[in-house]
Design a protein around this ligand. Structure first.
Ligand code: FAD
Ligand code: SIN
Length: 525
């Protein structure tokens, strides 16, 4: 067993922000599956939204966020995050993030759903720069221990205390050391889940391999409520390429003048769907692309920015430009073939403004949460922002309530006495592939009750098989992820079946209208 003051699951924007904010006060352990840079944070392209322009106001940013969110957002959360955005950017600048500048001021780009230019960025690879600066700061702090290669399995609660209690108090996590195969308990006075989204539940996703909803599933199993899991965001423009399956073409390409065209007729179709054309919120553009592809039996649509000055295009999007050149596409001269793909998990573990979950001692921040910021559809570049604001809020609450946070009791070690090594790893691969396929086909951009029922039926059947497998064989990262992926699929489908309307990202042909009242889908374990 290892003991620290605070245990953090995840080394992305949310986890490292919390760790850095806590470290002057207590000893922090940060656990990460695979490498420390393995989360979505490092992959973020477009940037971070903040009101920094003289012509812009907090009220504008709040309104844009609420409009994109289909009215399902909690206004107090939106205000809290938007008003804290300039401070978050200031902290990042202090940590050395080299944001692009226009003379002395930060350069602001534009993205869909934003009424003003308000996205700070580092070229088209903002996430990598942010991840690097946070890691450098965390590594330099003597109170922060960073431990990669640890796949957390479950939260430790009263059930795992040496002197059993039925309490839902969280004391830390059991984690599999991916090198040694040993499972260890890591305990502390408080635990923060910052484990990212569940995008890999879909066959096509821009998210990295480890986005399997582990934190959401762990919190659910331990007794925390989850909310709005049907609100899965699909990005309209993921590169279509048979070899490179999940390369994002940032929304900022449309922000800087890129237009969407039918690849055969060359028709610019977005004005037919929405007056905001290419700059409509993501759910609208993704549905339009999906419609064009299905209607004409296409493999992809075209995103074209070749009418802009070539130096501007190559200079503004250097990473995308270079990547596409290696694939034989010169975006300064020709259109880019794109398709929609899963991109962001708007739902998650329910938290309050202090990052507190339902379970005493358990906090959460970032993409694994449902804070009320995004509602039925996340506004572009609001999610890194949410990580910074809630990472800091959770840390602040832990520091302020330190005297009420008890030291952890003795915890039982992980019991592996009744399991053996698997001789049927094929079961994992088969189930993993199956889940991702039926989620894409039955629980995608456009849904029907019949398709959702089909998905639910498959999930029921697979749950018995996966639980049986989990009960008999030694855990591996693949098995942990499969169990969590299936749990998240179940939560998504259950939530989608519950919502009898079309709102934001949840669009169903059986209930195409909006109900008069915007209500969260809150699932209680
Ligand atoms: P992540 O950065 O995903 O980190 C999750 C961490 O949890 C990782 O360290 C992972 O190893 C760890 N973890 C997960 N499970 C376990 C486990 N079982 N045990 C131990 N550790 C675990 N948002 C914006 O605002 N602007 C953008 O421009 C933008 N661009 C994007 C581009 C792409 C391609 C993608 C995929 C997303 C983009 N997003 C963007 C969304 C944004 O990047 C994410 O929402 C955000 O980075 C999530 O940060 P996080 O800290 O919550 O989780
Ligand atoms: C993008 O760059 O298009 C992604 C921005 C985001 O996900 O917020």
């Amino acid at each position: 067993m290892s003991e620290y003051d605070v245990i953090i699951v995840g080394s992305g924007a949310a986890g490292l922000t919390a760790a850095i904010a806590l470290a002057d006060h207590c000893r922090v352990l940060v656990l990460a599956k695979g490498e420390l840079t393995g989360g979505s944070t490092a992959w973020a392209q477009g940037g971070i939204a903040a009101v920094l322009d003289a012509g812009d106001t907090f009220e504008n940013h709040i309104e844009d966020t609420m409009i994109a969110g289909g009215g399902l957002n909690r206004r107090e959360t939106v205000e809290f995050v938007v008003e804290n955005a300039p401070h978050a950017i200031e902290r990042l600048v202090e940590m050395g993030v080299p944001f692009n500048k226009d003379a002395e001021a930060l350069h602001l780009t534009r993205e869909g759903g934003h009424s003003h230019r308000r996205i700070v960025h580092v070229d088209d690879a903002t996430g990598w720069a942010v991840q690097a600066a946070l890691l450098k700061t965390a590594e330099a702090h003597p109170n922060i221990t960073l431990l990669p290669g640890q796949a957390c399995i479950d939260l430790i609660t009263g059930r795992h205390e040496e002197r059993y209690s039925g309490s839902g108090r969280v004391w830390g996590v059991y984690a599999l050391d991916e090198k040694t195969g040993k499972v260890r308990a890591h305990v502390g006075r408080a635990t923060i889940l910052a484990s990212g989204g569940a995008g890999r539940v879909y066959q096509f996703s821009t998210a990295p391999r480890g986005a399997t909803g582990d934190g959401i599933a762990m919190a659910w199993r331990a007794g925390a409520r989850v909310s709005n899991m049907e609100m899965m965001q699909f990005h309209p423009t993921c590169l279509y390429n048979l070899d490179v399956k999940n390369f994002l073409i940032t929304e900022a390409v449309r922000g800087e003048g890129g237009i969407l065209k039918h690849p055969v007729t060359g028709h610019r179709y977005m004005p037919d769907y929405d007056a905001r054309a290419e700059l409509a919120p993501r759910d609208v553009v993704a549905r339009a692309n999906d419609d064009q592809i299905k209607r004409s039996g296409l493999d992809y649509v075209h995103l074209d920015i070749s009418h802009q000055n070539p130096d501007f295009v190559a200079g503004h999007f250097p990473n995308i430009y270079e990547k596409l050149l290696t694939l034989g596409i010169d975006m300064t001269k020709q259109p880019i073939p794109v398709v929609p793909a899963q991109h962001y998990t708007c739902g998650g573990v329910l938290i309050d403004l202090d990052g507190r979950t339902d379970l005493p001692g358990l906090y959460a921040a970032g993409e694994c949460t449902e804070s009320g910021l995004h509602g039925a559809n996340r506004l572009a570049s609001n999610s890194l922002l949410e990580c910074f604001v809630f990472g800091e809020a959770a840390a602040k609450h832990i520091i302020e309530s330190w005297d009420q946070l008890a030291a952890p009791p003795a915890i039982r070690p992980w019991d592996a006495s009744r399991v053996t090594d698997s001789d049927e790893e094929v079961v994992i691969k088969q189930n993993w592939t199956e889940i991702r396929r039926f989620m894409w086909n039955y629980v995608g951009i456009v849904r029907t009750t019949k398709r959702l029922e089909r998905a639910r039926h498959r999930i029921d059947m697979m749950t018995h098989e996966v639980e049986d497998y989990y009960g008999h064989f030694r855990v591996t990262t693949d098995l942990i992820e499969l169990r969590n992926l299936l749990q998240c699929a179940e939560l998504i489908v259950r939530s989608a079946l519950h919502r009898k309307e079309s709102r934001g990202l949840h669009y169903t042909l059986d209930y195409p209208d909006l109900l008069p009242q915007a209500l969260d889908t809150v699932l209680v374990p």
